[in-house]
Design a binder for this molecule. Structure first.
Ligand code: BTN
Length: 263
């Protein structure tokens, strides 16, 4: 395990580089340094039990991809505004990858997409105390150099599969951290207005009617807005509006006339 201050060499920041761990999110959950920093970043070359959303696992071949978690203690973000952290993280990941390719978007709430394929995802775990977020762990997996995927995930892709060459993962991480810091600082200035606008602009399927599925079945709708709580508001062709929390609605991609892929 390498432990040192890095990226901006700030004494408020600690970076820990691990070769192997069950999950970088799990590592930070039980990390209790004597002098905790404002920001702790942990990376791993391999996770033996990488965790995804909805209890899924996260596939990543050893050494090929960026696997990292950030621990922050955001004093200027209330618990009711926690979706801002998700928006900032997703935008920062998208912007970090944009040094290499276009065609990127953020699939609500915080997947990173290249056209209809998933290039990255995140698992954000907050500890709340009243209205305050005491600990926020932002775990991010970005598929960088992996050549093939073997898990049953419906649509994974890596940067290598897009651009045809392998790149230095640390470059993407540095860009991520820079953008993340800038965007978190911007909250003090405008309360998150720019983040919200940029998030809408970055959204996968932000224009037009697309297929979705909820508990009642398949339907077509357009995205109307994202609420500050993170709920998505969809409008069907008949004008009816429906508000969903994460997991209550799925994006569908038609495979052929009879079959859709649920994302
Ligand atoms: C998703 O399912 O889209 C979320 C994937 C999150 C994976 C990252 S990899 C680094 C961090 N550690 C984990 O165990 N999960 C997150």
């Amino acid at each position: 395990m390498n432990t040192y201050y890095c990226l901006d060499d700030s004494p408020r920041f600690e970076m820990i580089e691990l070769n192997e761990i069950d999950s970088t999110n799990n590592f930070l959950k039980s990390y209790r340094p004597l002098q905790p920093k404002e920001v702790t970043l942990v990376t791993a070359e391999f996770q033996t039990a990488g965790r995804g959303q909805i209890g899924n696992s996260w596939e990543s071949e050893s050494g090929e991809n960026l696997l990292f978690s950030l621990l922050i203690h955001p004093q200027n973000i209330k618990a009711s505004q926690q979706f801002l952290i998700s928006q900032i993280s997703a935008l920062s990941a998208k912007e970090a990858l944009e040094a290499f390719t276009d065609g990127l978007s953020v699939k609500w709430p915080n997947d990173i997409y290249w056209h209809d394929k998933k290039i990255g995802g995140m698992l954000i775990e907050n500890d709340l105390s009243g209205h305050t977020i005491t600990n926020c762990i932002i775990g991010i997996g970005l598929n960088i150099n992996q050549e093939k995927f073997h898990s049953p995930a419906p649509n994974p892709i890596s940067l290598f599969q897009i651009i045809g060459k392998k790149i230095e993962k640390r470059f993407v991480l540095e860009r991520f951290m820079k953008t993340f810091n800038t965007r978190i600082s911007s909250l003090r200035i405008d309360g998150g207005e720019q983040v919200k606008q940029d998030y809408i602009q970055a959204l996968y399927r932000r224009n037009g009617m697309h297929p979705y599925a909820d508990e009642t079945g398949r339907f077509e709708a357009r995205i109307v807005k994202i609420e500050p709580t993170g709920h998505i508001v969809l409008e069907k062709a008949d004008g009816s509006r429906h508000t969903y929390a994460f997991k209550e609605v799925k994006h569908l991609i038609p495979l052929n006339q009879e079959t859709d892929i649920a994302l």
